[in-house]
Design a binder for this molecule. Structure first.
Ligand SMILES: Cc1cc2nc3c(=O)[nH]c(=O)nc-3n(C[C@H](O)[C@H](O)[C@H](O)COP(=O)(O)OP(=O)(O)OC[C@H]3O[C@@H](n4cnc5c(N)ncnc54)[C@H](O)[C@@H]3O)c2cc1C
Length: 509
């Protein structure tokens, strides 16, 4: 699925759910008792079919376990399928090709700095040391194709260190994992809604789940109730809740329901509530990230973000409606989103501006990206900077002064105004065509979640000890990112920890 097919994924889900009137969290039924007789037994239950769930299922099956993947939506992949598909990969061949000086230590420092040092240090170390192993596994074992020549830089990373899935979307990774699992006879069970976790009231062990098969999102009373026992363990890989306006505002009052979000509609909080109700330790649930560079005129994440972040952010500039730069374009997401909220509060809009040359990296592996984005109006294209300013009601003289300052910093390698990292491959902004997209923060990612130890075992809220038979990975597990997730660390975290919990659950007694 490329960036444009992402729209059809969402359309399928939205069409299927149209008229059901989802507004947020589902109805929560009463707790499920331990059944006297289970309807089905397996070794491992994986809840969720995104990166974390699929990687976990792959490794658990490889280690000899019988695995069932449960997914409530009519399509597999969750946010992972619609995501940008960029992954932090310090030391990868693309980074070496561009002779970028980097280290695991520097990547860890950046992760802690963005995370306000609230990160779980063991988990940061784990993902940092797993960058190359995950990259190599994705290529050699799973068959993921990454853009072969380019290395990208997201805000908050000191240097370029992200690889990009060759189709410009997380679906490139999800589809490869689904294909590998299908070879082993494992397919996610779609429309299977997990409504309850079932813990043994005496021992505290996680025994299994209660589901609704043939479920129709978002109707929590639809489908047929069934219980499944997991002899080795249950893996939580159910993602975040950015598409759940009720639950997210319970955590952070500022996240008004009117704020747009970038997530798939099923990113709701019912299992976050269920985990809390079952005595699972939850941390930093109010750490919810807004992504700064999405276009407010597009629904969801849209497509303009690729230009705004990885062309204009890295090789162009961001200005407000006074024509002035207002933030370091490569600052972390919280810094950028807060700066945009402040501009909006004062009645100003914010824009990303670049030229065709700014898009060289993007176009090297997605040659049709720009034409498509311009044709649907997500990006504006003009012959001259003057024409761009006129069409977008921007003051030409101020924008020109900002462009000149950026060009000066390209010449000297030093951005005296915002202190942005100046990429060696940054070309001065001189010739057209000139490109522009508006930006606005949208609710995007949950940094908090289930408290896990470094092996991915979920902890009990009363004892702080691992809950036997219960693991968590990906966005529903808290701690790795601290207060603010760095772009591209989400894919890494979900794949690295998905693999880890898959191996650990299969080897559990
Ligand atoms: C638009 C977008 C772009 C992004 N781009 C990037 C990027 O380029 N790089 C990066 O590092 N990160 C990116 N991220 C973040 C990244 O996508 C996530 O960190 C990652 O996909 C999380 O994977 P996951 O497996 O934990 O969750 P998901 O992929 O969200 O999977 C969770 C699954 O669980 C299912 N589920 C939930 N509740 C239930 C239930 N009750 N019963 C059954 N199933 C349930 C959901 O439907 C979903 O399919 C992006 C996120 C978004 C939204």
């Amino acid at each position: 699925m490329n960036s444009f097919n992402r729209r059809s994924f969402l359309k399928t889900v939205v069409t299927t759910t149209a008229g059901l009137g989802i507004t947020g969290a589902m109805t929560i039924a009463k707790a499920a008792p331990v059944p006297t007789k289970w309807d089905e037994e397996t070794d491992v239950i994986v809840i969720g079919s995104g990166f974390a769930g699929l990687a976990a299922a792959y490794e658990a099956q490889k280690a000899g376990a019988n695995v069932v993947i449960l997914e409530k939506m009519p399509v597999a992949g969750g946010n992972s399928s619609i995501c940008g598909g960029k992954m932090t990969a310090t030391g990868c061949p693309q980074q070496k090709k561009h002779k970028i000086d980097d280290s695991i230590k520097l990547m860890m420092d950046d992760t802690f700095k963005a995370g306000n040092n609230q990160n779980d240090a063991d988990k940061v170390k784990f993902i940092a040391e797993n960058q190359l192993p995950v990259y190599n596994w994705s290529v050699d074992e799973i068959g993921v194709k990454w853009a072969p020549n380019d290395i990208f830089q997201d805000g908050g990373h000191t240097v370029p260190r992200s690889v990009w899935s060759a189709n410009g979307s997380g679906s490139g990774i999800v589809d490869a994992l689904l294909a590998k699992l299908a070879e082993k006879g494992i397919k996610p069970r779609l429309r299977t809604y997990v409504e309850h976790l079932i813990r043994d009231p005496e021992t505290g062990e996680m025994l299994g789940v209660q589901v609704r098969t043939n479920y129709r999102f978002p109707n929590s009373d639809s489908g047929k109730v069934k219980t499944i026992r997991a002899k080795k363990g249950v893996i939580a890989a159910w993602g975040g809740f950015s598409a759940d306006p009720v639950y997210r505002q319970l955590q952070d009052q500022r996240l008004l329901p009117s704020l747009q979000n970038t997530n798939q509609p099923g990113a709701t909080g019912e299992l976050w509530r269920e985990a809390a109700a079952n005595g699972v330790s939850m941390i930093m649930v109010d750490a919810i990230q807004c992504v700064p560079f999405s276009n407010p005129h597009e629904k969801g994440f849209g497509v303009a973000w690729q230009f705004s972040q990885n062309a204009a952010g890295q090789f162009g500039l961001w200005v407000n409606s006074l024509g002035k730069r207002f933030v370091n374009e490569l600052a972390n997401r919280k810094v950028s989103a807060d700066a945009m909220f402040a501009e909006h509060k004062d009645g100003r809009r914010v824009f990303a501006i670049g030229t065709l040359k700014s898009c060289a990296g993007l176009l090297s592996f997605q040659p049709k990206y720009l034409d498509n984005a311009v044709s649907i109006g997500a990006i504006g294209k003009y012959d001259s900077l003057e024409a761009l300013c006129k069409a977008n009601n921007l003051p030409y003289n101020e924008v020109k002064a900002a462009v000149d300052q950026v060009n000066e910093s390209v010449k000297t390698g030093n951005d005296a105004v915002m202190g942005r990292y100046i990429d060696k491959e940054f070309q001065p902004l001189v010739e057209g065509p000139w490109l522009i997209a508006e930006m606005s923060p949208k609710v995007h990612h949950c940094m908090g979640g289930i408290k896990t130890d470094v092996k991915g075992q979920a902890l009990d809220v009363r004892t702080d000890k691992p809950i036997k038979g219960f693991y968590a990975a990906g966005e529903c597990a808290g701690g790795t990112h601290g207060a603010v997730r760095l772009g591209c660390n989400g894919v890494l975290d979900a794949l690295a920890y998905g693999r880890e919990v898959g191996k650990n659950v299969a080897n559990a007694n």
